[in-house]
Design a protein around this ligand. Structure first.
Ligand SMILES: Nc1ncnc2c1ncn2[C@@H]1O[C@H](COP(=O)(O)OP(=O)(O)OP(=O)(O)O)[C@@H](O)[C@H]1O
Length: 318
């Protein structure tokens, strides 16, 4: 039997988080599911709430306590980081109801985005299911962070920053990424990047886009790394050096043709369980759609396996 601790980011997806909660709350009550719900009150609050929930004891030994998060990818990111900060010997399973504007993790997982069906995929799940979560160790700041989607330095982080700043996100949804992409294209300059993968050492003088990903999607559905898979323990990295605008158009066309951009000579593609990235200039970075600031980077990437509580094979509402 499962009981649920629920964290809601009502502001995710410009209010979609609230809509999802208002849809599923009566369904939980109807089915007499045991739950305790808390609303995220400020950026970072979900992390604190997740740690607090993780530290509570389950009511009975037969009960599995699941943390259910309602929000977008940024909220899910805060939740996984909060759960990891609790250092539990048996990690608390994590469930997720997509309520953001991008919902790339749900897409990568193949879970439903319709709230009622997504709830069915959670309530009808019977056991924890391990999924891969990315992790980086930042040696300059001594920080360890976990991500469900991706970490990017440069172009994509610039888009994320512009998108989160401009209030466009609510009005334009995924298209806000596109309009901000044009702006970011003009703003972003090439930077020095070193990539270490095992014994291989590559350096790029004019890196423009550098994204480490746990699954294929970024920017609200762009299938940038088609072979990345949340069900295996590998990460994928894409590096593109400062391109001319016609190269961007060409790559975009190849991308639409089923991921053929990865074969282009302008694109560098890595697939590994561990990666080390070094950037010595001050560049903007993002993690799961949230800016991580302007700084230098010395990042060691790896993966962990984390128990999720979602059964994507459930396709009807029970
Ligand atoms: N009450 C709150 N007030 C302000 N910000 C909040 C609050 N609760 C959570 N947040 C912040 O909102 C940020 C954005 O949320 P989230 O990423 O989940 O939604 P989104 O950006 O609409 O979705 P997506 O990432 O899927 O596009 C989170 O990183 C979180 O820090």
């Amino acid at each position: 039997m499962a009981e649920y601790n629920i964290i809601i980011n009502e502001l995710a997806g410009s209010g979609q988080g609230k809509v999802v909660w208002e849809t599923v709350k009566p369904l939980l009550e109807q089915r007499q599911i045991a739950f305790e719900a808390r609303v995220s009150k400020y950026a970072g609050h979900t992390t604190t709430l997740a740690t607090q929930f993780a530290q509570q004891q389950a009511k009975t030994p037969e009960t599995t306590t699941v943390l259910m998060v309602i929000g977008g990818d940024g909220t899910l990111n805060e939740a996984i980081n909060g759960l990891m900060q609790a250092h539990l010997t048996t990690p608390m399973p994590l469930a997720y109801l997509p309520g953001g504007s991008g919902n790339d993790f749900a897409r990568g997982l193949g879970m439903a985005t319709d709230p009622t069906l997504a709830l069915s995929q959670i309530l009808n799940n019977m056991r924890p299911r391990p999924l891969t979560v990315g992790c980086y160790q930042e040696t300059l700041r001594h920080e360890r962070k976990y991500f469900v989607n991706n970490v990017g330095i440069g172009f994509d982080a610039q888009i994320v920053d512009d998108t989160n700043r401009s209030k466009q996100k609510g009005r334009l949804g995924r298209w806000s990424y596109l309009s901000n992409a044009l702006k970011a294209f003009n703003q972003q300059e090439g930077f020095d990047l070193a990539v270490h993968e095992g014994r291989q050492r590559d350096s790029y003088r004019h890196a423009f886009l550098c994204t480490v990903s746990n699954h294929p999607y970024f920017g609200g559905g762009v299938k940038i790394l088609p072979t990345a898979d949340v069900y295996d323990d590998q990460l994928e990295l894409i590096v593109i050096e400062e391109p001319h605008w016609w190269t961007v158009l060409w790559l975009f066309m190849l991308l639409l043709m089923g991921g053929r951009h990865l074969k282009s000579r302008f694109v560098h593609h890595y697939r590994a369980k561990q990666l080390h990235l070094l950037v010595n200039s001050v560049e903007i970075g993002q993690m799961d759609g949230q800016t991580i600031g302007n700084r230098n980077y010395d990042l060691y990437f790896s993966t962990i396996s984390y128990p999720f509580w979602i059964d994507t094979s459930v396709q009807g509402q029970h």
